[in-house]
Design a protein around this ligand. Sequence first.
Ligand SMILES: NC(=O)c1ccc[n+]([C@@H]2O[C@H](COP(=O)([O-])OP(=O)(O)OC[C@H]3O[C@@H](n4cnc5c(N)ncnc54)[C@H](O)[C@@H]3O)[C@@H](O)[C@H]2O)c1
Length: 421
Amino acid sequence: MKKVTAILIGAGLRGARTYSAYGLEHPEELKIVAVAEPDPVRRENFAKAHGIPEELQFDSYEELLGKEKMADCALVCTQDTMHFAPAAMALEKGYHVLCEKPMATTAGEILEMGRLAEKYGRILSICHVLRYSPFFSKIKSLLEGGSIGRLISIAHIEQVGFWHNAHSFVRGNWRNAELSSPMILAKSCHDMDILLWLADSTCERVSSFGSRSFFRKENMPEGAPERCVEGCPHRDTCEFYAPRFYLEDPRGRDGFVYALTEDPSPASVMEALRTGPYGRCVFRCDNTVVDHQVVNLEFANQVTASFTMCAFTDVCAREIHLMGTQGEIRGDMEKGEIEVIHFLDGTRENITLPAPTSGHGGSDSRMMKDFVKLIAADGKITGKTLASVSMESHLMALAAEQSRVTGKTVEMKAFKEGIRA
Ligand SMILES: NC(=O)c1ccc[n+]([C@@H]2O[C@H](COP(=O)([O-])OP(=O)(O)OC[C@H]3O[C@@H](n4cnc5c(N)ncnc54)[C@H](O)[C@@H]3O)[C@@H](O)[C@H]2O)c1
């Protein structure tokens, strides 16, 4: 296979620690040749790890994409509202593009990005990593193999995890829909995409409810200061006391802490908690996104699906229940367990998947492998998460948000016609 070259736009958690790391693990497949990253520490660390010379290190994507095309593809790993501009520029420059989800935050930009990929004849792949997970891949193949007959209904739950929710959706980058995107797009476009894939049809109708019930000023315990480290009297009784999560909890200390600082030493973390967004009291932030939401979907083949997203869970996990005319499938992604029940003879099949070797249940590195293969084949094979498919699930998420806000069911046909008009 031809070795693929890439430029990285945004050397943050996803860009540097997930997708580009694939190049370090598989140097025969992928080489990152240039980076655009405004944070000097991130840029320097990244360039050192990937052996990128100084003249190919840039402060911003505008600068890097202003140069002649220098690689096969561009990895766009900036924040949600900064996907469209660099992806559009990269496509125009002739790069194939891997773009983080959500591909864009408005319906107009979503459609335009797809149009640009077609216009320039480039591969545009969206990081809907769950389609590559051993868990959902197995469920998809069970459905395709007719294991439970004709699929009739799906119940799917996304348990965000109270600590993950506080980090990302109360204090962090995705807390405010105006600054990033609504929760259903930022977090759950993955789930809309998986439901679309499993239902194997097009979505016709969407309704949704949900709100920000808990993370509001009126729920603040008495006397809580602006920041946890300012002597909060509730430090031992508050589930969201930041120093406990980032200094003691392995989930915070080993991963999420890198959103605060590149240097995870206690002194550096404490400084970030004293001055940065992650030290704020969860009841005193500028968060607007919901902490729970439900969505109902009806597909053209009459399959119905219900989706629940909730912040108030211990684990960060996904569970699914698929009901067919001849049986049921129940699965727990984090445990890697799938149970298939056959109505005819009452038999139960228990499938246990091997422990994941990378993030999102093993999906991240499988997606990169597939993307690199796709680029090496110059589009002569097809991918699972091309923009043409992802646009559909992104629009489902935006329709769900419209329904939640207006209290009305959204007909997808009219919704799409409205956007195009
Ligand atoms: N596919 C998934 O499952 C998944 C999971 C988590 C996050 N994400 C998405 O990945 C994206 C990145 O998330 P993250 O946690 O890595 O964020 P991050 O903030 O750690 O990384 C973004 C980086 O972009 C850099 N940047 C800002 N302006 C830039 C510019 N002009 N040019 C180049 N770089 C610039 C920032 O300095 C930062 O280092 C988000 O859109 C997020 O929603 C996807």
